[in-house]
Write a new protein. Sequence first.
Length: 503
Amino acid sequence: MRMRVIRLGIAAVLLGWFNRSPAHGATEAQLCAAAKMKAAGKATQCLLVIDAKAAAGSTIDPVREQRCLDQLGDPTRGAFARAEARGGCIITGDAPGVQGEIDATVSGIDTALPVGTPSACQAAKLMAASKNAKCLLALQAKGATSGFVDPDRIQACRDKMAAAFQKAEARGSCGATGDAASVETTLDALVAAIAAGEPTTATCATAGCPAPAPCDTNAGPCWTPSTSDRFQYQLQAAQTPDGNCAFPTTGAINVGITAVPFSGGAAVGPTVYDVDFLVDPLCAPGGSNDVENTAAVVAVHAAGAHAVCYLDAGTDEPFRPDHALYVSFDQSCGGCLFGKAVRGFNEEHWLDLNDTQGQRTFILGRVAARLARCKAAGFDAVEFDNVDGYSNDTGRPISEATQLLFNTALANLAHANGFTAALKNDLEQVPELLPYFDMAVNEQCQEFQECGALDPFVAAGKAVFQVEYSVAPSGFCPQANAAGRSAAKKTVDLFDTPWTPCR
């Protein structure tokens, strides 16, 4: 067994599948919110149409009224139930609450536009209000998936209703006039309430994350990197020309590496090394895959630098010594743990981060055991890899909320063991995870034009360590240096060289 040549996070970015999402680029959470908003608009229209017919002299049929509500809230066939069954919803079980808001709104409009006396005017107004409700909520639904609600189209919905009211009043025999504005206000309030109640992005508030735990200085070093530290990412053993271990006494890590930075001047060396918690089998006694990388940490510290412990948290790697425990758990729970094979690594599998059968509890237990080995080796901090499964094709229903629960638990677990924690990629959740993580490690944010998502870390005085593989230093170093990120040019194999720091 040996360390794989290309780490998952790198391969995922290069293959362009690191952020898969449903059709039209919408996430499952966005599609769920859109479906619910659209259903709410149809239900509101349905009820107001019944009232419009009643205003014209028909008898209200309670069965038809219930059918309007069931289209939205039936526990098995309703639009909300179907949306939730597809997965990814930030909020679930909210159909009764939305039905209550719709009922209250319809009742308020009925009060403003009295129903009971046959009136073509009032019937026309109720019909116009029904169309406006559907129109506005349909636009909100589109905005949920696109991220933009066109204000001109919103105004067009309102203008159509106002015009219909004026036309009805011009025909005469209206019980009241000039009530378009008040009805619009009532409908706008309903639309705003429903849109606010159907978030398209999970937050720690909606997910129920634990509170951020401070790093326990009694348990470990709780070292915090400086924003000026220089970062070296070496996850493969440096080799001699004939393929042997180049640095057998330092855990396969080249701690003597120096290079002239892109900014010029004298050659410099790394001040932070991110290395695997186990020695690469190429350099371990007997080719073992189960040797803590104490030698690397000792050498890094002797060079006046700090060592970050690389741990894979979100997938099962077949070359790890505890792989059999993952297999055993998966078998004992009837196949509840393993998801799809990681693209490019057919024997490696994504892990189900839900806790329906104790999966997340098991994974965190394994991470805790690995953290203990990081501590035994003397590492200063920890980097958790593969913590963005929700945005990959894992074959498991990992929602944004589930990912937040997992990632925040990882950070707190690191802090409980006296380690500061680095967030690996997962840029979409930076706003929620910033209070939990002490630094960030990112691959290729310049290449994919997403480095701005890391600005909150820099603004908070937290180090951002950036590596680029395809972009030349001239294409990312000026930007990284200006933004306060510690960046370096590497190759995807993550050997010791090449290494070109930006500063």
